[in-house]
Design a protein around this ligand. Structure first.
Ligand code: BEZ
Ligand code: MG
Length: 582
C-alpha cells in the first residue's frame, strides 16, 4: 500500500535523486573524456606522432580477432582478475571500480609495450592481473606489429610510382581498428567482393546494434518503429564488410544465405518465434557509390523486402507487409509499386546536393532540403515480380509513400576518424531524409546513429551525437589546437565543423543553442583567438561569423542582443580585411 512520504523519506528521495544526477553527469563526462578523436589532419607522407598512438592501439587491442587467434586485452585482464566477463563489466557504469581497473591495467600494458617491449608488458600483466603470458602474447604481438607499421609511410614514394605508371603494391581498404592489415599506408587500396557482403562477423555484430536501436525506440515511444529509413553508403559497407546491409536484414528478420561458391545470393526468413519481435519495414536510400559497387546487394535487399512482404503472417508481427498492404489500398497500386524500398540517384548521378544548398544559403524554407533529397534519390532499384531488372527507374510516388510511413531514421557510424560534423555528407543524407519524412508524415522522426566501433556499441540520438561531437571536437582545445597546427587548413576545418553543425539545425533542428553560443565565445569573441584565426585564414573565419549570424536569422539560435551586435561588428571588420579596406 502506498503511504504519504514522511519528511525523512522525502529527504532521502532528494538525496537519491541528487546522487543519481551526479552519477549520470559523471558518466557523461567519462564518455566525452574517453572518446577517441583525431588530433590533427593526415599529412601525406608523414607517420602519426607517438602520443596519438596509445589510445588507438588500446582500441585496437580491445577487440577479439578469432581469424588470427587474438583475444581482446580487456577480456583477458577481466578474466585474470576474476571479475567475470568484460562484456558484463561494460554493462556497468563507466566509473564502476572493476571496469576502471581493467581499463587502467590495459592502458598501462600498452604503454609498457611501446616503451619497453612485449616481455615487459607480459610481466606487468602477469603481476597486475594474473594473466598467463601465452594468452596475452597474440594481442601484444599484434599491437607491436601495428605500432611498427604505423611508422612506415611510403605514400610519397607510391604516389610518384603511380604517376610514373609503375606498380604499387595493393592493400585492403578499411578502418585501422576494423582491420589492422590496412597498414602500412601508401598502398593501392582495393575494396571488397560484393558477393561476400555481409560477412558472417558483420551479420553477427549487427544483431546487437539492431536490438539496441529497437529497444531505444520502444523505451522512448512506447512501441517499436513500424518503419525505419536507413542510409547506406558504399565505403562504409566496404570498411565494415556490410554492417549496414546486415542491419537492414536484421530489421526485416532475415539471414543471408551463401551458395556453393560462398557468395551471398539468397536470404532465409527467421521464424517469428525465434525473432521474438515484429519485422520492421525498411526504406533504404543508398549512395551513388553503393549503387555502383553493390548492385547484387541491392538486388538481395530488394528480394528480402519482397519475400517478407509476401509472408503469411499477422500484420501486427510484420509491419513491412502491413505497410505494403496499406499502400496498395491507399494508392490503388500494384504489389510491385507498393513494395519498392531500395532507392538511389539516377544512374550515373551522385549525392543529394542538399549540402551545397545549405552551404550556399540557397533555401527559404527547411522543407526544400527534404524535397531536394527526394528529387535526387527517387530512383528505384531491384527486380519486379516478372523478374525484370529495375535499374534506376524514377518513381517519386513510391518513395513518397514509403517515407510517409517512417517513424525513425538511422545511419551506422563505423569509424572514429569521420563523424557527423566532420563532413557535410551525414546531414545531406541522414538529415535530409529525416526532413523528407517530416514533410510527408507531419512528424519529425526519431533520428538515431550507432557507434559500432566501441565495444559497448551504443545507439545514440542525433541530439546526443551532435553534443558529443561538439564537446569532443569543435569546442575541445585538444582538437582545435591540433587543427590549428595546420594553419590555413585548420581554420577551414573549424569553419566546416560549424557549417556541418548548422546543416543539422537546417535539416533536423537537433542542435541546442548553447552550441552556437560557445562557438561564438571560443572563436570570435575572444579577441586573441579571433586575431590568430584571422591571420591564418581570414576567409574561413569570416564565413564562420556569417554562419553564426545566419543561425540566428533562421531561428536556430536565440542569442542575446549584445552578443549579436558584437558578432555583426566582428563580421563587418573581417569583411573589411577580406576586401583589403584595412
Ligand atoms: C559512400 O561511400 O557511399 C559515400 C561517400 C561519401 C559521401 C557519401 C557517400
Ligand atoms: Mg564592407
Amino acid at each position: 500500500m502506498n503511504q504519504a512520504p514522511t519528511k525523512t523519506a522525502e529527504g532521502q528521495d532528494g538525496k537519491l535523486e541528487r546522487d543519481r544526477c551526479v552519477l549520470a553527469l559523471y558518466e557523461r563526462l567519462l564518455e566525452v573524456e574517453q572518446r577517441l578523436i583525431p588530433t590533427g589532419l593526415h599529412v601525406l607522407g608523414q607517420a602519426p606522432k607517438e602520443h596519438d598512438q596509445i589510445d588507438m592501439l588500446l582500441m585496437l587491442a580491445s577487440f577479439d580477432r578469432p581469424e588470427s587467434g587474438v583475444k581482446a586485452l580487456p577480456d583477458l585482464v577481466t578474466a585474470g582478475l576474476g571479475l567475470g566477463t568484460y562484456e558484463r563489466l561494460l554493462k556497468k557504469p563507466a566509473f564502476d571500480e572493476g571496469r576502471v581497473l581493467v581499463q587502467k591495467i590495459s592502458r598501462h600494458a600498452i604503454e609498457t609495450l611501446l616503451s619497453k617491449g612485449v616481455n615487459a608488458s607480459t610481466e606487468l600483466l602477469q603481476l597486475e592481473s594474473n594473466v598467463d603470458a601465452s594468452e596475452v602474447f597474440p594481442v601484444l604481438s599484434l599491437v607491436q606489429e601495428t605500432a611498427a607499421k604505423l611508422l612506415i609511410n611510403t605514400e610519397i614514394d607510391s604516389l610518384s610510382r603511380a604517376l610514373r605508371g609503375e606498380f604499387v603494391e595493393p592493400g585492403p581498404g578499411a578502418d585501422l581498428i576494423q582491420n589492422p592489415n590496412v597498414l602500412p599506408t601508401g598502398r593501392n587500396t582495393h575494396a571488397v567482393n560484393p558477393y561476400s557482403v555481409p560477412s558472417n562477423s558483420a551479420f553477427a555484430r549487427s544483431e546487437a546494434t539492431v536490438t539496441r536501436l529497437l529497444e531505444r525506440h520502444l523505451k522512448e515511444n512506447g512501441r517499436y518503429p513500424k518503419s525505419i529509413a536507413l542510409v547506406l553508403w558504399g565505403l562504409d559497407n566496404i570498411k565494415t564488410q556490410g554492417e549496414g546491409v546486415a542491419q537492414a536484414l536484421w530489421l526485416m528478420g532475415v539471414t543471408p544465405v551463401r551458395d556453393s561458391l560462398n557468395r551471398v545470393t539468397e536470404i532465409e526468413v527467421i521464424p517469428l518465434e525465434q525473432l521474438g519481435r515484429p519485422r520492421i519495414d525498411v526504406v533504404m536510400t543508398v549512395s551513388g557509390i553503393f549503387r555502383d559497387l553493390f548492385s547484387c546487394t541491392m538486388n538481395l535487399l530488394d528480394r528480402a523486402v519482397r519475400t517478407v512482404a509476401s509472408l503469411d503472417e499477422p500484420e501486427e508481427w510484420n509491419y513491412l507487409k502491413a505497410n505494403v498492404e496499406e499502400q496498395r489500398a491507399a494508392n490503388s497500386c500494384s504489389f510491385d509499386e507498393a513494395v519498392i524500398r531500395v532507392f538511389s540517384n539516377a544512374p550515373g548521378n551522385y549525392g543529394t546536393n542538399v549540402n551545397f544548398m545549405v552551404m550556399n544559403s540557397q533555401w527559404d524554407h527547411g522543407s526544400a532540403l527534404g524535397e531536394l533529397f527526394v528529387t535526387r534519390k527517387s530512383f528505384a532499384y531491384g527486380r519486379d515480380s516478372s523478374g525484370r531488372n529495375v535499374e534506376g527507374k524514377e518513381n517519386p510516388a513510391a518513395l513518397n509513400s514509403a517515407l510517409a510511413r517512417v517513424d525513425a531514421t538511422f545511419q551506422n557510424i563505423d569509424t572514429y576518424e569521420v563523424g557527423i560534423t566532420d563532413v557535410d555528407h551525414y546531414f545531406e543524407y541522414l538529415g535530409a531524409v529525416s526532413k523528407a519524412v517530416e514533410n510527408r508524415s507531419g512528424k519529425r522522426p526519431s533520428i538515431y546513429l550507432s557507434d559500432t566501433l566501441s565495444r559497448d556499441g551504443k545507439v545514440r540520438s542525433l541530439t546526443e551525437t551532435v553534443e558529443l561531437e561538439t564537446r569532443t571536437k569543435t569546442l575541445n582545445p585538444k582538437w582545435y589546437e591540433g587543427m590549428l597546427k595546420h594553419g590555413f587548413r585548420g581554420v577551414a576545418e573549424i569553419e566546416s565543423h560549424v557549417t556541418n553543425t548548422f546543416g543539422w539545425s537546417a535539416t533536423t533542428g537537433a542542435v541546442d543553442g548553447w552550441i552556437y553560443t560557445e562557438v561564438a565565445k571560443t572563436f570570435l569573441l575572444d579577441s586573441e583567438m579571433l586575431e590568430r584565426l584571422a591571420r591564418l585564414n581570414v576567409h574561413s573565419v569570416r564565413s564562420l561569423a556569417a554562419r553564426l549570424i545566419e543561425a540566428h536569422s533562421r531561428g536556430f539560435w536565440e542569442v542575446e542582443k549584445e552578443m549579436l551586435e558584437r558578432l555583426r561588428t566582428v563580421f563587418s571588420e573581417l569583411e573589411d580585411r577580406v576586401e583589403g579596406v584595412v
